[in-house]
Design a protein around this ligand. Structure first.
Ligand code: APR
Length: 235
């Protein structure tokens, strides 16, 4: 008997999906950058000027992530794998999708719980949740930095993302202002025949023939959508 393949879902998530876990978004009123200029903490120039400040900034982000827990939106996406072939492409550096149980998560902008040596970007090191300090080095001897993509840096995971999105049977975009490129360009690769669901209380405008906007919080809308899709498959 021929195996029937599961429908493919591609999820593109941003800071808004983790808002109800207590992690602040970037471009809402209480945005993360409020106390810091982006140029001071999240650029190669900032790292060259004041690496101690950059490490302290991300140490604080790491502690916040460790204190947070997945919310119903993350958990629902993990349940979706029961009947769908799910790829989560996230701009978030937290690990809440993984902790919720999602098995394929592509982090476009890095992972705060990992570090890398400045001279060995390909060797990722688990921080085990510890702060990074000046003087912490990788096995090759260079200063460790957070495994985070800064403004002005390349986004190596885009290559994989570019391959995944066009194969989707259904696209779900959750909690992203779609203001940051190249991540935002992925929406233009969504197949025109695939329904595209957008969950965001302040949804960015988007042009797609099968667009469905849910102007609600992720923890409300995503579980409802997921249960609906699972029920359709079970009919
Ligand atoms: N549920 C769903 N969406 C929400 C919620 C919520 N509870 N709360 C806020 N949002 C929405 C906002 O309306 C906004 O459209 O989440 C979006 C968050 O947008 P941004 O703060 O711009 O975050 P994001 O799109 O992930 O930013 C992209 O920018 O600073 C960089 O590298 C950083 O990965 C980040 C990238």
């Amino acid at each position: 008997m021929k195996a029937v393949s599961k429908p493919r879902v591609v999820v593109l998530s941003g800071a808004g999906i983790s808002a109800e876990s207590g992690l602040r978004t970037f471009r809402d009123g209480d945005g993360l950058w409020e106390d810091h200029r982006v140029e001071d903490v999240a650029t190669p120039g900032a790292w060259a000027r004041d690496p101690g400040l950059v490490l302290r900034f991300y140490n604080e982000r790491r502690r916040q992530v460790l204190a947070a827990a997945p919310n119903p939106a993350h958990l629902a996406l993990a349940r979706l794998e029961q009947e769908f072939d799910v790829d989560v492409i996230t701009q978030n550096i937290d690990d809440l999708h993984e902790r919720a149980g999602s098995s394929r998560v592509l982090h476009l902008h890095g992972e705060i719980l990992k570090a890398r040596g400045c001279d060995a970007p390909e060797d990722l090191i688990e921080t085990d949740g510890r702060d990074l300090e000046l003087g912490d080095t990788c096995p090759r001897g260079s200063q460790l930095r957070p495994h985070v993509v800064w403004f002005g840096e390349a986004v190596p995971a885009m290559e994989s993302a570019y391959r995944l999105v066009p194969k989707a049977d259904l696209v779900l975009i959750v909690g992203t202002s779609l203001a940051v490129y190249p991540a935002a360009s992925l929406v233009h690769l969504a197949p025109v025949i695939a329904p595209l669901h957008l969950v965001d209380p302040a949804a960015p405008s988007l042009d797609h023939p099968r667009l469905l906007v849910h102007a609600e919080a992720a923890a409300v809308a995503v579980p409802r959508l997921v249960e609906g899709w699972l029920a359709e498959v079970h009919q």
